[in-house]
Design a protein around this ligand. Structure first.
Ligand code: AMP
Length: 552
C-alpha cells in the first residue's frame, strides 16, 4: 500500500472533529488494508510501537533534520515554526518550496515508512544518532509535502488528527463486525491494536490470557490520605507500596519470562529472578506480578536510580547483579495452571499466590500485607513501611477483580506528601499548535547565595487557564527568545509540589524534581524571588524523603 493512501486518511481525519465520522473513516480504511493491516492500524494511531518505547529523537534533532533536508536557514525555520507552531506543517511548507527537486525520488510505501520509523527504536550505542538522522532524512528525501507533514508528526508523536483509544476500538469493531467490548477485552490482554485488528478480521478475537503474552497491568489511583482510602472499600486490604519496577513474571515448566509495566521483555536483565522463579514457584504455569526493588546490604530499599542501572544494562549482567542486588515483592496472581484468575476477587488471588510461592527470604518474597478496616492498625502499618524506607502503601479492594490496563479505583495509593517548594521561573518554552500563544513549560530555579540555580522543568500538567495566567504574568520579564526557548528574568515565584527529589547531573543545582506540579502562583507581595527556597533546603528534603537518610 502506498503511504499516500494513509496520508489521505490522515487529512480526512484532521478535517473533522466528529468522533463517529472519524470512526467510519478508519473502519472503511482498515477493511481495505489487506496485508498491511497491522502496520496501518498502528500508524493510524500515530505510532509504530505497542508499548511506550521511545523513538529517541529529540525535538531539537528533528528541527535540525528538517533544516538540513530542505536547505533552509535557521532564521527562516524559526519564523515558520513560530507561525505554525507545528514541526509537521513547517516541514510541509519547506518541502513545497524546495527549489532543487530530487530526481531520485521513489514512491513511499506504508511499509517503508513504518519500518524506518520503527528502526529508530532499535538503533543504540555509538553512532546511533547519525543512523537515526539518516533514517528520517531518507524518508523526507522521497516524500511529498503532505507526506512530510505526517512523517514528521509521527516522529514527534503529535499527530493532530484526534484519534483516541475509543475511536480505534470502535473502528475495528465496526470494520470487522465485532462488539467494541470484545475488541477492548482483547486489547486488555495484548495491548496491541494492530494484533487485535488482525484477530478481529480473522474472526479469532481472543481475550484469553496466555503465558508469555504480557497482559496490560492494572493501575492505581491516588487517595487523599489513608483514612479516605480505608473508607472507600468495605473490605480493604493494605499492602506496602514498594518504589521500584513493576514486573510481570510468566512461567511455564522451567521457561520464565519477565515483562515490564510497558510490556517490554526484561528477562535478560534479571537472571537471578528467573533462577529464583524456578526454585520458588510451586505451579506448572503462572502469571504473577511483583514490584522489584534494589536493596542495600541491610535489605533496605535503595533509590530508584540504582534499579534503572540494572534495567538499562545490556552486558556484564552478572557483575552488576552483584553490585546492585534486587528483591522481588509479589502482590498479585493473574493466571495459574492453565486458568485465568483475573475475574476472581483479589483476596482469592492473593490466597492462591501465597500457596504457590515458597518464599526465599529477602529475595523472592510476598508483599507485606494487612487486611483491616481499623485506622489505627492501618496507620501503624503505613508508618512502619515509611520508616523502613518504602514509598507508602496501596489500599486494595479485596473484593475486586483484576482490571487490566485501567485505573478504576480498586487500588488506592497513599504516599507522604513532601513539603512544597517555592521556586522562581527563569525560563520556559512556547507551546505548540493551538497552545503556541502560551508559555507551555517552565524552567525553575532555587536560590544559592545570591544566585538562582536551575532545578528542573515543569513540562506538563499545566491547564490552559494556568498557561494563560502564567503567560500574562511572565511576558514582560522575557529577556531572550531563541526558537521557542525563552529566558525569563527571575521575578515570578510559584509554589511547586512534586513526587520526589532526585539527584541530577543535568541541572546546576544538582537536584531535579520528579513530576513537579504547580500548586499556586505567588503574589509578589506575598513572596518575591528573595524569599524562595534555596538549594540547601532541597538537599535537606532529599535526605528526609521517605523518612530515612540516604547514602546517595
Ligand atoms: P504509581 O506508579 O505511583 O501509579 O503506583 C502504582 C505502581 O506501584 C504499580 O504500577 C506498581 O508498579 C507499584 N507497586 C508497588 N508496590 C505495589 C503493590 N503492593 N501492589 C501494587 N502495585 C505496587
Amino acid at each position: 500500500m502506498k503511504y499516500l493512501e494513509l496520508v489521505e486518511i490522515y487529512e480526512k481525519l484532521e478535517a473533522t472533529t466528529k468522533k463517529l465520522e472519524k470512526r467510519d473513516i478508519l473502519a472503511d480504511f482498515y477493511k481495505k488494508c489487506g496485508k498491511d493491516l497491522y502496520k496501518a492500524v498502528l500508524l493510524s494511531m500515530g505510532t509504530v510501537v505497542t508499548g511506550e518505547q521511545d523513538l529517541g529523537v529529540a525535538r531539537e534533532m528533528l528541527k535540525r533534520i528538517v533544516i538540513k533536508s530542505y536547505g533552509v536557514s535557521e532564521g527562516d525555520f524559526a519564523k515558520k515554526f513560530k507561525e505554525t507552531g507545528d514541526l509537521g506543517l513547517s516541514a510541509e511548507h519547506f518541502s513545497r518550496n524546495k527549489k532543487q527537486k530530487s530526481f531520485m525520488k521513489k514512491e513511499l510505501t506504508l511499509d517503508h515508512v513504518f519500518d524506518n520509523i520503527h528502526k529508530l527504536t532499535e538503533v543504540i550505542g555509538k553512532g546511533s544518532q547519525e543512523r537515526k538522522v539518516d533514517l528520517i532524512v531518507e524518508l523526507l528525501s522521497h516524500s511529498s509535502p503532505e507526506e512530510a507533514r505526517y512523517i514528521v508528526r509521527t516522529v514527534t508523536g503529535d499527530m493532530r488528527i484526534g484519534v483516541s483509544f475509543g475511536i480505534v476500538r470502535d473502528a475495528i469493531a465496526k470494520g470487522f463486525d465485532k462488539d467494541p467490548k470484545e475488541v477492548e477485552s482483547s486489547w486488555n490482554v495484548s495491548g496491541n491494536f494492530g494484533k487485535v485488528a488482525e484477530m478481529a478480521r480473522e474472526g479469532k478475537l481472543k481475550s484469553d490470557l496466555e503465558v508469555f503474552t504480557p497482559v496490560r497491568v492494572m493501575l492505581a489511583d491516588r487517595a487523599g490520605d489513608l483514612r479516605e482510602a480505608l473508607e472507600t472499600f468495605e473490605k480493604p486490604f493494605i499492602q506496602t507500596k514498594y518504589d521500584g519496577l513493576r514486573l510481570q513474571l510468566h512461567r511455564d515448566g522451567t521457561k520464565v519470562k519477565l515483562f515490564s509495566r510497558r510490556l517490554d521483555d526484561i528477562t535478560n536483565q534479571f537472571p537471578e529472578i528467573v533462577k529464583w522463579a524456578n526454585e520458588c514457584i510451586k505451579a506448572k504455569s503462572c502469571i504473577i506480578e511483583a514490584e522489584v526493588i534494589a536493596i542495600d546490604e541491610n535489605g533496605r530499599p535503595r533509590p530508584f536510580q540504582f534499579l534503572s542501572r540494572r534495567v538499562q544494562r545490556k552486558y556484564d549482567i552478572d557483575r552488576i547483579s552483584k553490585e546492585i542486588p534486587v528483591q522481588a515483592n509479589f502482590f498479585d496472581l493473574l493466571f495459574v495452571n492453565g486458568d485465568s484468575w483475573i475475574d476472581k476477587p483479589f483476596r482469592e488471588r492473593w490466597e492462591k499466590l501465597i500457596k504457590i510461592i515458597d518464599v526465599k527470604k529477602g529475595k523472592f518474597i510476598l508483599a507485606d500485607s494487612l487486611e483491616t478496616k481499623d485506622y489505627k492498625e492501618a496507620e501503624k502499618f503505613y508508618r512502619a513501611a515509611l520508616a523502613f524506607g518504602e514509598e507508602g502503601v496501596i489500599v486494595k479492594n479485596s473484593e475486586a477483580k483484576y482490571q487490566s490496563g485501567r485505573r478504576v479505583g480498586y487500588w488506592l495509593k497513599v504516599k507522604e506528601i513532601l513539603e512544597p517548594l517555592d521556586l522562581v521561573v527563569v525560563g520556559g518554552t512556547w507551546g505548540e499548535g493551538k497552545r503556541a500563544k502560551w508559555i507551555g513549560s517552565l524552567l525553575l530555579a532555587a536560590k544559592s547565595g545570591d544566585e538562582y540555580v536551575e532545578t528542573g522543568r515543569m513540562a506538563s500538567g499545566l491547564t490552559e487557564d494556568q498557561m494563560e495566567e502564567l503567560t500574562k504574568k511572565l511576558k514582560s520579564f522575557i529577556v531572550l527568545e531563541q526558537g521557542n526557548e525563552i529566558k525569563i528574568k527571575p521575578k515570578l515565584v510559584i509554589e511547586v509540589g512534586y513526587e520526589e527529589i532526585q539527584k541530577s547531573p543535568t541541572y546546576p543545582s544538582g537536584y531535579a524534581l520528579r513530576f513537579p506540579k504547580l500548586l499556586r502562583i505567588r503574589d509578589e507581595k506575598d513572596k518575591g524571588p528573595n524569599d524562595i527556597n534555596n538549594v540547601k533546603d532541597i538537599e535537606k528534603l532529599f535526605f528526609k524523603q521517605r523518612g530515612k537518610v540516604r547514602k546517595n
